[in-house]
Design a protein around this ligand. Structure first.
Ligand SMILES: C[S@@+](CC[C@H](N)C(=O)[O-])C[C@H]1O[C@@H](n2cnc3c(N)ncnc32)[C@H](O)[C@@H]1O
Length: 250
């Protein structure tokens, strides 16, 4: 099973994800999945971290695929736990195709993606009637400080909300490219670090200042960028959340 663990807080797991974790015999999880979520697995369950944060070594994709296959062929209930939604920058198709081609059926359990978690936590929408008719989930490839992939002209549309994943270090380059494509430099922009968790932080900027703002804040957690008029509706503080303990569990 490829299971979305949501943005980090255990109470943002879906019921289906929780059941999958509780029934797991082997859990392979990526770097963004917190220890409190792993603790929901049975004590006997094999726990394998496939990703490390802060520059530590991560397993290669082919190693992860081979390990999942090996464990599944041993007859174990394998749960591949991924941050957010496995279908959003989660390599879900690569892993599903690999396993299915070898006769292992795969079920996908969706999760709350970082953009949805950030929007809920800071009280802004991703779409807004008459203002933001489209949402684009995107990431950027940067080389020598400039964006090297195409398609950014679509991001110049003032009615598009851009939710940018894995773009913390690319914030300045993305903003420069969008401005070059015609997006207004005053377009509201935010960066949300650790969305959905108790230690979430929001930075307010506009397109012209986004890069410098993110750089000055030196975030160490995962960061989502949101660019578009809806970002002006984001609050400075977390909207009241259910009572969570420090790990984000109820
Ligand atoms: C490999 S992508 C995985 C996205 C994930 N599948 C999802 O749906 O949220 C990792 C990126 O997602 C974003 N991200 C994931 N969790 C986040 C969080 N709690 N807060 C902010 N951004 C997050 C960051 O941009 C991070 O670099």
């Amino acid at each position: 099973m490829l299971v979305g663990a949501g943005p980090g807080a255990a109470d943002l797991l879906t019921v289906r994800a929780l059941r999958a974790i509780e029934g797991a015999e082997a859990l392979l999880c990526d770097a963004l999945v917190g220890g409190d979520i792993l603790d929901l697995a049975p004590r006997r369950c094999l726990r394998i971290r496939t990703g490390k944060r802060s520059g530590g070594a991560s397993m290669r994709q082919d190693e992860i695929n081979a390990l999942m296959l090996k464990l599944a062929r041993r007859g174990l209930k394998v749960v591949r736990l991924k941050g957010g939604d496995p279908s959003v920058f989660g390599r879900s198709a690569e892993e599903k195709d690999y396993l299915e081609a070898r006769g292992v059926p795969v079920e996908i359990v969706p999760g709350v993606t970082a953009a949805s978690a950030a929007a809920a936590q800071f009280g802004f929408p991703l779409t807004h009637r008459g203002e933001a008719r489209r949402v684009t989930f995107a990431t950027a490839r940067v080389q020598d400080g400039a964006i090297v992939d195409g398609g950014w002209d679509a991001g110049a549309d003032p009615e598009t909300t851009l939710a940018l994943y894995m773009a913390r270090d690319a914030a300045g380059a993305v903003a420069a490219r969008l401005i070059a494509e015609g997006r207004c430099p005053r377009t509201p922009a935010i960066a949300v670090e650790n969305a959905g968790r108790h230690d979430a932080r929001i930075l307010h900027a506009d397109l012209a200042t986004l890069g410098a703002c993110v750089e000055a804040a030196s975030p160490t957690g995962p960061v989502l960028l949101v660019i578009g008029s809806v970002a002006a509706m984001a609050r400075a503080e977390t909207v009241a959340q259910p009572r969570l303990n420090r790990q984000g569990a109820l």
